[in-house]
Design a protein around this ligand. Sequence first.
Ligand SMILES: [Zn+2]
Length: 294
Amino acid sequence: MADKSTGIKEKGPSVESKIKDLYEIQRVDSEIDKIRVLRGELPLEVQDLEDELAGLETRVKNFEEEVKELEGAISKKNNEIADAQGMIKKYETQRDNVRNNREYDSLSKEIEFQTLEIQLCEKRIKEFTVRLADKKTMIEDSKSGFEDRKGDLDAKKMELDEIIAETQKEEKNLVASSEEISKRIEDRLLSAYKRIRKNARNGLAVVSVERDACGGCFNRIPPQRQLDIRSRKKIIVCEYCGRVLVDADIMNDKEPEKEPVTESKKVSKKAAKKVTKKVTKKVAAKETKKVAKK
Ligand SMILES: [Zn+2]
């Protein structure tokens, strides 16, 4: 447990371990974020497919409605034909028994009219039949489309179930790990971390220095400040976005950059900015030279 009397400014490895804890909790929390985003997107995809299926179903229903109407219209026209045929028969019988030419002509005209009616009905029936066949084809197509999409939906749902099962376990472990790390972080720092994280669009409260810039807002960080960050002696926040800045090497378990123990006065501040390894090499080379001169 952290000693409450120790503040943020305390020296040495304890600040470094605080920075490491912050970096670590950020890494774990970002993993949790990733899982939650992934799980958030799949239900939306499933929802889209379900909407599409509902649309196809409505389409089929509408077509079936139209088919019914067309079938009704055809049978109505067939009835009209039957009526007209009945009337023609009646008129023909009457015409066989007429008493004068005027009656004969009148009945002939009626028969002619009913015959035309029948032709008209037949023409309409032909049209309706063509439309009916079209609708039936459309229904078949929509139904097979529906089956295809339903297959997609079932697959998506299965995929979602699998991912949920997989990630739930992973998430649970990560949450436990995040809680474990948070216990090591003092309250003030933890609440600052949470506040920054909440306000940051990408959920990043702890970022590393990338190409001389803040990994969160990409503003340039002055060399002296980068040096301070690499020394890991203070918790340093970005002056633009307020995120905690760590050096990119903190994840590799590399030692913080120090001024070399030997020849420290001769090594300029500029040189000190280079990675420890390089400096060490340089010093070693100088030592060798000295030995050679002697
Ligand atoms: Zn920043």
